[in-house]
Design a protein. Structure first.
Length: 284
């Protein structure tokens, strides 16, 4: 498998996405915005359509469109002029409808297909794509890890963060921008319809086993990279779509950890520990 350059490039791209998507997902899950990735995926579809029709770079137009959509939703949410749910619905339907309409305006005879962007086309990754992915991943990781404590404080309790002197709105806007960047980075690997899976599921797995923010971030990244690489390998040998295979691996990981957690809680040893330990747990 590694003798083929396209698979080496595909695995490298999978690692980059596996690193970045969960680091953003940890904050989105904490803020109960797990579906924001789906909404931005639909907005990105509009940007991709514009890029394909105008014969410009679809990744760039998708990035610009998605950033605008993410910032707009965050501003509306901050001003309480519209609920986050309504804003997400607008992105879902407006982006999807806009993408479909724009694609139909392509000149006759222009070969345009959205399949690779909707469902992913990991094995078509080129060296140029990988360079762009690496730059985008570095930016996302620089924000999500470098400002991790501040972003998590805001995600946990905005009022407390504001009282602590943190710039809540700028931090939320920054998170919106890196979320949009992650969606654009992931669309060639997972597809716009499956992006949210790699953001949310590793973060959900981390919540099942981790007890602190740092451990949650580490577990989410570990699972993200693991399912991305293993899903890519399985898709190669099983001849299945890479995006769907990666997300199914993440679903399986969540199911296994969920069952293990239930079994642990019902074990006699755990029950005895709960009965003996009556003192309150120290705050993390």
């Amino acid at each position: 498998m590694l003798s083929y350059e396209f698979m080496r490039l595909a695995l490298a791209a999978a690692v980059l996405v596996g690193l970045t998507a969960p680091t953003v997902g940890v904050y989105l899950v904490q803020r109960r915005l797990s579906l924001i990735g789906d909404g931005l995926g639909h907005v990105a579809l509009l940007g991709v359509a514009v890029g394909l029709v105008t014969r410009s770079a679809p990744v760039l137009t998708a990035l610009l469109t998605t950033v605008v959509g993410a910032v707009t939703v965050e501003v509306l949410r901050a001003r309480r002029s519209a609920s986050a749910d309504v804003a997400l619905a607008i992105m879902f339907y407006g982006g999807l409808a806009g993408g479909v309409v724009v694609v139909t305006r392509a000149p006759a005879g222009t070969p345009i297909t959205l399949d690779s962007y909707l469902f992913g086309a990991l094995t078509t990754t080129t060296r140029a794509d990988l360079v762009v992915f690496a730059v985008m991943a570095a930016v996302v990781l620089g924000v999500t890890v470098g400002l991790g404590r501040s972003l998590f404080t805001v995600a946990l309790d905005e009022e407390h963060a504001r009282a602590s002197g943190l710039p809540v709105l700028p931090l939320n806007l920054l998170l919106a921008v890196v979320t949009a960047t992650t969606v654009t980075l992931s669309m060639r690997v997972l597809g716009l319809l499956l992006i949210s899976g790699l953001m949310v599921l590793p973060a959900g797995c981390a919540q099942l086993v981790a007890r602190s923010f740092r451990s949650s971030l580490a577990v989410a990244v570990l699972i993200g990279v693991s399912v991305s690489v293993s899903g890519t390998v399985v898709s190669y040998y099983a001849d299945t779509p890479s995006g769907g295979t990666i997300v199914l691996m993440a679903v399986a990981a969540y199911a296994v950890l969920g069952v293990a957690r239930i079994a642990h809680r019902r074990s006699p040893a755990h029950a005895g520990t709960r009965l003996l330990d009556t003192s309150p747990s120290p705050p993390d």
